[in-house]
Design a protein around this ligand. Structure first.
Ligand SMILES: [Zn+2]
Length: 100
């Protein structure tokens, strides 16, 4: 996708049902609700704890990159992070193949 105003070219993203992004967000929402946290808090915790999530230096501070720049490989690692955390806390995650 190329922005018609500024010319910035972003990577094509897969979203919607059955995408990695949908998979990740569904699991983060389930874990957050199960543990009593907000989705934004759970997502921040995942980004801090998932070793594969890249970081960028902003104003001298290392912060996790935006999901907009996360590759499918990074998202796959984040999804696995969710699977492991859910198992540790005995949280039942709903997989897309469960609802087909
Ligand atoms: Zn899953």
């Amino acid at each position: 996708m190329i922005c018609p105003k500024c010319g910035y070219q972003s990577k094509p993203r897969s979203t919607g049902p059955f995408s990695a992004s949908h998979h990740l967000h569904g699991h983060l929402a389930t874990i957050a609700a199960s543990l009593g946290y907000h989705m934004s808090e759970m997502k921040a915790a995942m980004k801090e704890d998932c070793p594969e999530w890249p970081r960028v230096m902003i104003l001298g501070k290392s912060v996790p990159i935006s999901e907009a720049d996360a590759t499918s490989v990074v998202e796959a690692a984040a999804i696995e992070w969710c699977h492991v955390r859910a198992a540790e806390y005995n949280i039942k995650l709903v997989e897309s193949y469960d609802i087909l």
